[in-house]
Design a protein around this ligand. Sequence first.
Ligand code: ADP
Length: 254
Amino acid sequence: MEEKMQPAVVFDHVSKEYTLYRDNKEQFLALFHHSKNLRKHMALKDVSLTIQKGESVGIIGNNGAGKSTMLKMITGVAFPTSGEVTVNGRVAALLELTAGFSSEMTGRENIYLKGYLLGLTDEYIRSIEDKIIEFAELGDYIDQPVRTYSSGMKMRLGFAVNINTDPEILVVDEALSVGDARFKRKCKDAIGEIIKKGTTVLYVSHSPADVRKICTRAIYLVKGQVVFDGDVEEALTIYEQQNAGKAKAAPKKK
Ligand code: ADP
């Protein structure tokens, strides 16, 4: 009972401030001297939201709005400057797909390596190994060192591992393109299947059609702030209106 009531993700007044250094020297000196003159940039500003288990949430917004920063906090790669992020459940991320691969090890060995990094047991990885290899479509290359793979092959393997580990929370950045059109379709279908299973999904996308298809809720970020959180159609309407306005206004100024 209690397990069910726990939300998957909670952002509690989360802000993220990055320091912008002019050059390496300034960054180095900042280790020793506290300087008031450094430029700061707020990537997220006081974001509070709760994502319940089983929700599939689209995160939309222009470049630099803070979408990746949000996802990175859920996967534990970035940390808030203030506020708190709570994540309940095992997270798999379709973000940096080739991160963590060892290039000297074979594709098959890397499946185990990634599996261990995700906290999976030998026995469990063995049970999904064939499924991963089939999904990645690497054929005999699976027993070759990863350094012999093309970047597309590495991405396919990374995607195959993450999507087949039965995560409780799946974090996806659609900007990442995997393979040709047919493989992309297969990836989208796999994400669709995972949603049907009741997995919580956070999906960053620029494609209204995909958000409509995949998500039951959408969060619209502008300059690090949540300006809308709720119905997908409403979110997309506001997003499209604001951006259509900008597109029209821009040429007039020039
Ligand atoms: P989005 O994914 O919506 O394009 P990001 O989360 O990547 O946005 O970035 C939000 C803002 O934070 C941007 O202005 C970006 O330049 C800045 N930013 C992101 N990562 C860093 C970093 N490591 N150092 C400094 N600024 C960063």
